[in-house]
Design a protein around this ligand. Structure first.
Ligand SMILES: Cc1ncc(COP(=O)(O)O)c(C=O)c1O
Length: 400
């Protein structure tokens, strides 16, 4: 009998972290590897945010914070939700956690009973299913078609709902596809949800600010106000503010749920780092002009990667609305033989081939629940992306 808890048998370690770790190991061993697995901007945290942290330390703002977050940060989040999303929340409807990930974890732990179902459109961010399982819920994965921009359709949602459905998990723009829902898409899903009052919506808006080509971001509580009472709006500082290591995420929703999430957090991390919270106040209230500058670079990289991947044999790649990922299909490479004589049967075979033959580390689609695809993060230097895409073209060209 294992000493370890049974609940761990339900959960897989993060595949995206595994790819980054493997790429880093190969690099350390002297191999020429380009890592396209990381889900974080290659840009540094803006200086005015770092300065706010230094100032907080100088002023001795280094003690425990309230579980829900310092009042100043919750006020800044209330102001942000009004300014950017036209949503009215009070500070007692806000909770701040150690990144978006812990906030989602708190929400699942606070709301799921064994067997409660969470509807998760695939491809999905790897942690949604595993956090659901850790919290003893049941993921109900709905495969979304590339032709539909990897978005769940109202018909698919209707078909997935049962009396046990507790949450619909939405993520727009999406990790891993970069696809985003327009206000009309959200309204159509809202119509279905209004017929099923037992289903709440958790919307992960982590990539809200990273959108291109005049795409207008909206969030479901904003466009379907009737769902406000049963929506948990999640967001965080990690991506657009280049603050992945600072560990600040937050959620806004019904006070009973927020209180329950705080209770979970009070018995785990207490709060996120006080210094990070003060820096986040400055991030949310301060200058945002760096975001447009970063997005201009991301957009150029997206266009480069999409164009170069579509020139690779057997690969088709859509141009997504946001985030910093593309999710190309490798269906055209399936069944082909590598120069080493291996027949590619799965997207995992395909990414292993890219890593072993060309030193390109991408993540296989199976990790995100939809095959045969792979995810490329273009949050890395343009030169590295160009090199990586040339290698992918060469690898695909060598398949028989
Ligand atoms: C869709 C999505 N949600 C949440 C997170 C978690 O972000 P954080 O680093 O703030 O925990 C990520 C990070 O990769 C993400 O891609």
């Amino acid at each position: 009998m294992s000493f370890l808890a049974d609940r761990l048998a339900r959960v897989k370690p993060s595949a995206t972290v595994a790819v980054s770790t493997k790429a880093a190991e190969l690099k350390r061993a002297g191999h020429d590897v380009i890592g396209l697995g990381a889900g974080e901007p290659d840009f540094d945290t803006p200086e005015h945010i770092k300065e706010a942290a230094r100032q907080a330390m100088a002023e001795g703002k280094t003690k425990y914070a309230p579980v829900a977050g310092i009042p100043e940060l919750r006020e800044a989040i209330v102001a942000k939700l009004k300014r950017d999303n036209d949503l009215d929340y009070r500070p007692d409807q806000i909770t701040v956690g150690c990144g978006g990930k812990q906030t989602i974890y708190n929400a699942m732990m606070a709301s799921l009973n064994p067997g409660d179902e969470v509807i998760i459109p695939a491809p999905y961010w790897v942690s949604y299913t595993d956090i659901t399982l850790l919290a003893e819920g049941t993921p109900v994965v709905v495969d979304c078609l590339a032709e539909n921009g990897f978005r769940i359709t109202p018909e698919q949602l209707e078909a997935a709902i049962t009396p046990k459905s507790k949450w619909l998990l939405l993520n727009s723009p999406s990790n891993p596809t970069g696809s985003a829902y327009t206000a009309d898409h959200l309204k159509a899903l809202g119509e279905v949800l209004l017929r099923h009052p037992q289903v709440w919506v958790m919307t992960d808006d982590m990539y809200e600010f990273i959108v291109y080509d005049d795409f207008k971001f909206t969030t479901i509580a904003q466009v379907v106000p009737e769902l406000y009472d049963r929506t948990l709006t999640l967001n965080g500082l990690s991506k657009a503010y280049c603050m992945t290591g600072w560990r600040v995420g937050y959620a806004a929703g019904a006070t009973d749920l927020i209180k329950a999430m705080n209770k979970v957090q009070s018995q785990s991390t207490t709060s996120t780092c006080t210094i990070s919270q003060w820096a986040s106040v400055t991030a949310l209230n301060g200058d945002h002009s760096f975001i447009a500058k970063n997005n201009a670079v991301f957009r150029e990289r997206r266009d480069l990667v999409v164009s170069m991947l579509n020139q690779a044999n057997g690969i088709t790649c859509a141009s997504p609305e946001g985030a910093f990922y593309v999710y190309p299909s490798c269906a055209g490479a399936m069944g082909k033989k590598t120069p080493g004589g291996k027949t590619l049967q799965t997207d995992e075979d395909f990414v292993t081939f890219l890593l072993e033959d060309e030193g390109v580390a991408a993540v296989h689609g199976e990790a995100f629940g939809l095959s045969p695809f792979f995810r490329i993060s273009y949050a890395t230097s343009t030169a590295a992306l160009e090199d990586a895409c040339q290698r992918i073209q060469r690898a695909c060209g060598a398949l028989q």
